[in-house]
Write a protein that binds this ligand. Structure first.
Ligand code: ZN
Length: 235
């Protein structure tokens, strides 16, 4: 092999090997999960106190809404990021242009198992925060009831749900699992929000889905005033 041929071989090896080694190193540091967590941290920190709500008719949002969410570790629950997420989700579900009875983290672009549920079964109907909620048992009798969803705007549907459920979640005081029995409309909200954490929407379970004209008119008015716009950093 003459000198110039050797040089060409060396350069060719460098051109092929260096990117391969670089890819292997970067790949080992940045897994898919880590990348999505970094994106979620940006969403949590950069969002206004009232966050953008993902909607099923937006292709990028629908991927988030259809992705099963991850559980939070105790370390994550104790983090500032979690407190910020919880506070901003609360501001979002109680904002006049949203006005929901519950919200799940995927609805603000974060695939983590965090929900707020309006406790119709408690005095004053407080919104309560649940982490890693799981329905551990449910009554077999299914009861139809009307549901809507902030991520499926202007639509409602009749959805059969269990009348009574057992839920478990992580206590935010002891960080240990707690079990509770819930029934009535609150049980319906829990089932709807827990479904979100598995990428399921009410319309997947509905017997009938229809447009709620009053909601559509109200949403149009808010839209005209600049609400529901997707922030630039989410594109
Ligand atoms: Zn929903």
């Amino acid at each position: 092999m003459n000198k110039s041929l050797k040089l060409i071989v060396r350069i060719a090896l460098l051109v092929v090997l260096v990117p391969l080694i670089a890819l292997a190193v970067v790949g080992s540091f940045k897994t898919e999960g880590e990348n999505s967590s970094i994106r979620e941290k940006v969403i949590i920190e950069h969002s206004d106190s009232v966050m953008y709500v993902t909607v099923i008719n937006d292709p990028a949002d629908s991927v988030i809404l259809r992705t099963p969410s991850e559980e939070l570790s105790v370390k994550a629950i104790k983090s500032e990021t979690f407190r910020t997420l919880a506070a901003k989700m609360y501001s979002t579900v109680t904002a006049p242009h949203q006005d929901g009875v519950g919200i799940a983290a995927p609805q603000v672009g974060v695939n983590k198992r965090v929900i707020w549920v309006m406790r119709y079964d408690k005095p004053g109907k407080p919104l309560e925060l649940y982490v890693n909620p799981k329905i551990t048992a449910s009554s077999s009798s299914m009861i139809p009831g009307v549901e809507g969803c902030l991520s499926v705007p202007c639509y409602k549907g009749s959805v059969p749900r269990s009348g009574k459920i057992e839920i478990s979640y992580i206590s935010l005081e002891t960080f240990r699992p707690v079990t509770e029995i819930v029934d009535g409309y609150t049980a319906r909200i829990f089932q709807h929000e827990c479904d979100h954490l598995d990428g399921i929407l009410f319309k997947d379970r509905a017997d009938t889905v229809y447009i709620d004209e009053a909601w559509a008119a109200e949403r149009k008015e808010f839209e005209a005033r600049g609400y529901f716009k997707k922030p630039d950093f989410l594109d």
